[in-house]
Design a protein around this ligand. Structure first.
Ligand SMILES: Cc1ncc(COP(=O)(O)O)c(C=O)c1O
Length: 404
């Protein structure tokens, strides 16, 4: 008789966004005339940049001709894309990352979930609290997190690093030794960043204790402050302890098109074994490459035209972030994030819980956001709004809050 992976049975039930969807649909069914504005899920709303669309069309035509047809992509991704990534995302920022340290994939969610394949089950993981849920859930599936406690909403074998206003939403180095540390900056859900000297402390710590940092920089394109690093490899020694994960979803609107990449530097070793060779083996065995047409379209964002067009998209969303941020501050809210990230993280007023504030916004103002407690226990008392809506809806939503 076969056996299932029982770790799946330990996963806590309902997923945050399905609970929200259920609550919203119950409300709209009971109140069909209400005009609901959704600032909840972190999906983009603008269409792909014109130069990306043009390249997609051309790449489709290439697939129609015997001379230009492409089959399986190279294991690590097409060289034209990896060269463009190495140059623009790293070398131009002073980071010595080469094209053969870049693994092209179908997105940051898969990579951040799959990266655990190359690590032993008895590693101790450390995560920020609140956190993007994929890191913890995929480690739970792999049997690395122990037992889930419904009351505390924590796993017994996970080190949680609270990120609250008291520590400026920057995790402190835990007293317990951790082996795999997940960091994400600019952060989802708090919309905040980490100062370079603090990130350097993490790199120094990882090098000292022999830990690996999985650095999720999916929101890197939203950084506008000069003193915020775009890559962990801007820190000294990071090539010896960090894997960086990037995505084309939020910088170029590829959420439905799917493209991302992971950097595993050659210097990163565990007792002499290169993590690069393990990830190459995993990638080559379990993944057959992102489609040629998508990689060709993705490379467009590194052209002058592509940079200009994607920058305009990011600016559009960041203008929404500014509207939300400033509107909420004027209305007397305590507001964080929204400067170098498309997320606004607000403290719920009047000691309301995150879900109480969710109900209040939905029922009184017909606005949908995301309760902070859904991202972890330290998210209780906070609430996330996203800047990914349309300008018009963002403005209307903020007017509703300000005029209340
Ligand atoms: C922190 C973080 N990492 C990764 C992802 C997923 O990115 P992708 O669309 O490339 O899978 C998201 C998506 O919301 C995210 O918030």
């Amino acid at each position: 008789m076969f056996k299932i992976n029982e770790n799946y049975l330990k996963l806590p039930g309902s997923y945050l966004f399905s609970t929200i969807a259920k609550k919203v649909s119950a409300y709209t069914e009971a109140n069909p005339d209400k005009d609901i504005i959704r600032l909840g899920i972190g999906d983009v709303t603008l269409p792909l940049a014109p130069c990306v669309i043009e390249r997609l069309h051309k790449a489709v035509d290439e697939m129609a001709s015997k001379e230009t047809f492409k089959g399986y992509a190279p294991d690590l991704g097409y060289e034209f894309l990896r060269d463009a990534i190495a140059l623009n995302d790293f070398k131009m920022r002073g980071c010595d990352i080469s094209a053969d340290e870049i693994f092209v994939s179908d997105g940051a969610k898969s990579d951040s979930g799959n990266i655990g394949d190359i690590f032993a089950t008895d590693n101790k993981i450390a995560v920020c609290d609140p956190v993007y849920p994929v890191y913890v859930d995929t480690n739970a599936m792999a049997g690395r997190t122990g037992v889930y406690d419904q009351d505390t909403q924590k796993w017994s074998d996970v080190i949680y690093m609270p990120c609250t206003k008291e520590n400026n939403f920057c995790p402190e180095i835990p007293s317990q030794t951790s082996d795999i540390i997940y960091l994400c900056f600019p952060n989802n859900p708090t919309g905040t960043t980490i100062p370079k000297d603090k990130l350097q402390e993490w790199v120094d710590y990882a090098l000292k204790v022999g830990a690996v940092i999985i650095y999720d920089a999916a929101y890197e394109a939203y950084i506008s402050s000069d003193d915020v690093v775009h890559s962990i490899y801007e820190c000294n020694g990071a090539k010896g302890c960090a894997i960086e994960i990037r995505s084309f979803s939020k910088n170029a609107g590829f959420t439905g098109t799917r493209l991302g990449y992971t950097v595993v530097p050659h210097d990163l070793k565990c007792n002499g074994t290169s993590l690069h060779s393990l990830w190459a083996r995993r990638h080559g065995t379990k993944f057959n490459g992102a489609p040629y047409i998508i990689q060709a379209a993705g490379a467009q964002i590194y052209t002058e035209e592509g940079k200009k067009q994607t920058k305009e998209m990011v600016s559009y969303y960041m203008n929404n972030a500014k509207i939300i941020r400033e509107g909420l501050i004027d209305a007397g809210y305590e507001v964080y994030g929204g400067v170098d990230a498309p997320y606004i993280w607000l403290a719920t007023p009047d000691k309301m819980t995150s879900w109480e504030f969710f109900d209040y916004l939905l029922e009184e103002l017909n606005i949908v956001g995301t309760p902070g407690s859904g991202f972890g226990p330290s998210g209780e008392g906070y609430f996330r709004l996203t800047a990914f809506g349309s300008y018009e809806n963002t403005k209307r939503a903020v007017e509703r809050i300000v005029n209340k």
